[in-house]
Design a protein around this ligand. Sequence first.
Ligand code: F3S
Length: 279
Amino acid sequence: MNILLARSAGFCFGVKRATRMAFEAAESHDGICSLGPIIHSPQLVKKLEEKGVVVVDRVNEIPEGAVIIRSHGVTSGELKEINDRHLEVVDATCPFVKSAQDHAALLSREGYAVVLVGEREHPEVQGILSYAESGDVFVVGAAAEAEAISRRKRLGLIAQTTQSFETFRQVAAICLDKCQELRIFNTICDATSVRQDEAQEIAHRSDLVLVIGGFNSANTSRLAQICADIQPRTQHIETAEQLRKEWFEGVETVGITAGASTPRWLIDEVILGVQKISN
Ligand code: F3S
């Protein structure tokens, strides 16, 4: 059986950086909190917990000491609360997310109503929005929703880093009809589209696709959906233990990819599991 492993499988730059910072912080501190799980990988969060990293949901649950900010970033309100409490900050906000936050702040300061293409409830979106201090903001989840934007003199368009460029382009076209002046900052990070394009390519060349990543990871679920649309024999798994022998019947080529929050060791374990099944 051939195994096709996607080059882009696993951690993106921002997640790699955040994870490294979290393990280093765990080593150098006697107990530290992370505001929300560092990444959507229950297996990695468990490893960090064993090293003394406690996950909390709110700033007021941090007893004292230091806090790790994950790659999604936090809201300006949470950051203020952290600073007011004089907590030590290990800021693992991805620089691309930081850039989206800075652009939201800039547009808002300069009098633009901010249109943010993204998933309203996502912590990254909540964080970015909070930097648009005027509060004049629209969150658009799909291009059709942009039709509801009321006419404005100035609109400023940005996106959640993981959005599709196509949706961003469609929203931009609609916004053109809604204002006199449109300012656009493309804040999309291409790690997601590179991974999705490669997953599509692999799905076309495989008889079975394994997508590895947390069941709670939105980017992994999207990846699994993209692959399933091309190759119905697609399985989303978190660990090698979930592999089933019957999936491999008549399979000559297995494609493997993984979400941005999937550690390399989990990918290696799945490859080993597939090799055992095929022998
Ligand atoms: Fe950063 Fe892009 Fe990853 S925004 S966290 S490098 S998907």
